[in-house]
Ligand binder design. Structure first.
Ligand code: GTP
Length: 594
């Protein structure tokens, strides 16, 4: 395709402002999906995405429109997946900034707009959901225009649901977004912006060609790993994969398959070039995302450890933000310490491992990364609470902090400040976006906002507040490790690092929870919460004599055997912690973040 006829754009928005619905309409209106095959959230290919109604992965799709080729990339809206968004932006020249006409500008509207402006994209401001009775298109057009610095009449108005205004929007994309520029005669250079593992076809790599041309049966070179491969298939997604015999030229977005099975060979952010007379200089890749939250992941059945490793390898290909390394826990056996971008990311990864790879997993309580300086000057990076040094030799502990932005109607200012102050927040500033909407900025410890902060914020503002945060260095804090002991023995999986003021509450809650969750044993089991050697809470599980055979009078051997079998089955789902049998459910329930 002539690059002059190509337009590459993405849709960015706050969560739930209607990106996926608008993308659906575009598929229909451009005729790449006929009405009969249309289903909601067409591009959300994962079951989890469809069930939760959220987009996790970006999707690229090619749409024919008015003699042009549009490559549209649907991106996720949640703050944990900002990384996916910033990658998609690099494959585009323009962005549709979508805003719900009944809600107005929200925290991720701003965050994504800034990302797009940094990437030098042409921005098309669009109000969506104008079919809603509660829509206030005039008011929010003004707000949006003020934000971008355009005229309110330049703000387009559409409904992804009814399709109103979508044709005009597509025309506008063709008219205003610049065509890609690249050197068609230069050596091929294509940026890998995503890749997935497909059981039948091996690794599928998604690329945007910047210079030159990539064809079928061509030897290609992955520049960062120096691996060479042959392209077995090359094509575009529209909306299903379509082989392209002509290959991909300047500005085009598509996929290639090399038959490679080793998932590490195709790195997101790498540059693909020809193996013969290839390019010398790589394209600017991606900044590697830094994991913010860590948790241990363990197979419930210890034999599944190798499967877990393989599953993580494969998932990492599709999720470049995922990092992990092996670790062992006295309570849980062999597993991995896994780094995530946030709690939603953590939930999604765990769910994908369980669903796509058939594993049953336990995850330990999530924590952020601490930097501990000892009195002798030694420095430790703690990603696992059980590695937090005990004893009096700690000089300083540093915790990560964020710059958090909260947008809400001004009547909630008081409530928001109260929540933030309760979490050791420091007010940075406040601005009015309009008469009745404010933007409040705080420095907040990451450890304080990743748990239930957002839920609290939502409930205290009747759902009206939105939150975005970005890492902003670290600060010194008064943190301690709380251990949980069963029968005097610390259970590493339950240890947590908490602020001194909250340590007591954490200890009491955990001891209570465990008393409910652990069944009575043949002997008494004391549960204690302790900071170092100091016990701060205590509960007791009373002893019981469990004699399952007592119920079988006399000689019914087969019934006795069945009962014993059953008891054995039950044992399998128990973890021995010292002499105490702890059911898997207890780990799962005690460590769940509710
Ligand atoms: P994420 O992918 O999770 O970021 O969400 P999204 O921005 O893709 O939003 P989605 O398209 O899933 O829409 C969110 C909700 O708004 C759904 O319940 C849609 O049915 C609804 N919705 C989307 N567009 C419109 C519209 O134009 N009009 C009305 N009335 N509802 C809409």
């Amino acid at each position: 395709t002539d690059p002059a006829l190509i337009r590459n754009f993405c849709i960015i928005a706050h969560i739930d402002h209607g990106k996926s619905t608008l993308a659906d309409r575009m598929l229909q209106i451009t005729g790449v999906v006929d009405d009969r095959s249309m289903r909601a959230q067409y591009l959300d290919r994962m079951d989890i995405e469809r069930e939760r109604g959220i987009t996790i992965k970006s999707q690229a799709v090619r749409l024919p429109w008015d003699g042009h080729v549009l490559n549209m990339i649907d991106t996720p809206g949640h703050v944990d997946f900002t990384y996916e968004v910033s990658r998609s932006l690099q494959a585009c020249e323009g962005a549709i900034l979508l805003v719900d006409a009944a809600q107005g500008i929200e925290a991720q509207t701003l965050a994504n707009l800034y990302l797009a402006m940094n990437a030098d994209l042409h921005i098309i401001p669009v109000l969506n959901k104008i079919d809603l009775p509660a829509a206030q298109p005039e008011k929010f057009a003004e707000e949006l225009a003020g934000l971008i610095g355009c005229d309110p009449s330049d703000v387009l108005k559409v409904s992804g649901k009814t399709g109103e205004g979508v044709r005009e929007l597509l025309d506008h994309v063709v008219q205003t977004i610049p065509a890609p520029v690249g050197d068609a005669d230069a050596a091929a250079r294509a940026l890998i912006f995503d890749s997935v593992y497909d059981t039948y076809r091996g690794v599928v790599t998604y690329v945007r060609v910047v210079d030159g041309h990539l064809g079928k049966r061509e030897r290609i070179l992955m520049m960062s790993t120096n691996a060479t491969h042959e392209t077995l298939e090359i094509g575009v997604i529209s909306p299903e994969p379509k082989v392209s015999d002509l290959g991909l030229g300047v500005g085009e977005v598509g996929y290639l398959i090399t038959g490679v099975k080793d998932v590490r060979q195709s790195r997101v952010g790498d540059t693909v070039t020809s193996a013969v007379k290839g390019a010398q200089e790589m394209l600017a890749g991606y900044e590697h995302p830094k994991p913010m939250v860590f948790s241990g992941l363990y197979p419930i059945d210890g034999d599944e450890y190798p499967e877990l490793r393989e599953a993580l390898d494969k998932l990492q290909l599709n999720d470049a933000a995922l990092v992990y390394e092996p670790e062992t826990s006295a309570a849980l056996g062999f597993g991995f310490r896994v780094g995530f971008l946030g709690l939603l990311h953590m939930e999604i990864v765990r769910e994908r491992l369980e669903r796509e790879f058939g594993l049953s997993l336990i995850s330990t309580a999530p924590n952020v990364v601490y930097r501990v300086i000892m009195e002798d000057g030694k420095e430790l990076t703690v990603t696992n609470p059980s590695e937090f040094p005990t004893g009096g030799k700690i000089a300083q502990v540093f915790e990560p902090v964020t710059k958090s932005t909260i947008l809400a109607p001004s009547e909630f200012i008081g409530a928001i400040m109260e929540i933030c102050q309760g979490r050791r927040g420091q007010l940075l500033g406040m601005d009015y976006l309009s008469e009745d909407r404010v933007e409040i900025r705080y420095t907040l410890p990451l450890g304080e906002i990743i748990f239930d902060f957002f839920d609290q914020l939502k409930s205290r503002t009747r759902g009206y507040a939105s939150l975005d945060y970005e890492p902003a260095g670290e600060q010194e804090a008064d943190l301690v490790k709380v251990d949980i002991l069963l029968q005097g023995e610390a259970v590493d999986a339950f240890s947590a690092i908490v602020h001194k003021d909250k340590a007591y509450g954490y200890g009491v809650d955990m001891a209570k929870k465990l008393r409910e969750l652990i069944p009575r044993q043949q002997f008494e089991v004391p549960i204690q919460a302790a900071i170092g050697a100091r016990v701060i809470a205590r509960e007791n599980i009373r002893a019981i004599r469990k004699d399952v055979l007592a119920k079988c009078y006399g000689g019914d051997i087969s019934r006795k055997r069945k009962l014993l079998e059953k008891q054995k089955e039950g044992k399998k789902r128990m973890k021995m912690v010292g002499r105490v049998e702890v059911p898997q459910e207890a780990f799962v329930a005690a460590l769940s973040t509710d």
